[in-house]
Design a protein around this ligand. Sequence first.
Ligand code: KG4
Ligand code: ZN
Length: 365
Amino acid sequence: MNKKITILAIETTCDDTAISIVEYNNNNFNIISNLISSQIKDHNPFGGVVPELASRIHIKNIIPVLDKNITDLKKYYKSEKNTFEILRENIDYIAITNKGGGLIGSQVVGVETAKTLSFLLDKPIVSINHIRAHILASFFNFNDDKNSGTIENISFPIIALTISGGHTQLVLIKDFSTWEIIGKTTDDAAGECFDKIAKLLDLGYPGGPIISKLAENGNPESIKFPRPMINSKDLNFSFSGLKTAVLYHFNELKESEKKDEQIISNICASSQQAIIDVLSKKSLDAIEKYTPGLFILAGGVAANKRLRETLKNEVKKYNTEFLMPEIPLCMDNALMVNIAAYFNILNNVDIFDYKSIKSNINRTI
Ligand code: KG4
Ligand code: ZN
């Protein structure tokens, strides 16, 4: 594509109200605005996301976030024009996550905002699948300023492991229009497992970052937790048995041990290692089976440093390239939606007018 295009992308699938504006020019990108209003503090007391609360907070936050994006846009173009004019003149597409999982009440807030913008500005909407967006976030190749860079070339076939609070999937991408789930969890998602273990250890929410931090001081081999389905012949996962094993282990401890920092760190390190072992083994099984040119690690759990190191080193042993998003782009954000829209526009797929856009939270790819 030789044309300069600017995309405004919205993500409200779960508990982040996120909007970004990115300008693309011949595979170069420039971030004009990238904002996230997180609800972690609101959901923390409940040990997980409360859907009704999440949608209400999205409603409260989305226009103030958009207002700040527009301020950034005005600054970028050093323009005194009014909001309508600056958007109408500079935004070419509105992108919205309206499929691939999440909470319906949350997603609808973003979808209706995107439809309103599309209607008023008379610009097309690009429909984005949340899971695809997590994967495509790895194609941002940032300059040192972390604000601009180039888009990596895509070489198919690709295998992607997408792991977050809501999903755990191995995806085979044969070409841009052929995405197939080749493995998935049969019960809890990997991130959900981190979150539930943290909840039963009374460590707070979200569990992944807390457990990985405490794990740094623990011994990953101190407790032999189960690695469910690690040797199953398929590419599916199961995490609920691991969570139960941690619960039984914790319940057996004396009250004083339950408060012992080293003991808790050992539980964190050992359970994290069990999750990493299963995720790595299944990823390598998928690589052996499909011999992809590229492997991508994506989703919120891909922020886990030990997992990043392990998979990077393991995948290197095969003749397979490895990509993963920068850590801040692993969790839900609007840059991943933006780049997914860029690829959709390049491939001329999933571009609609506002009347054809609907919310859908099925975990399809
Ligand atoms: O992608 P994401 O932001 O939201 C969903 O689409 O679900 O993922 C959130 C999940 C949470 O379960 C959180 O505990 C997990 O990602 N997570 C991590 C880490 N950072 C976030 N899990 C393990 N280690 C981390 N460092
Ligand atoms: Zn997500």
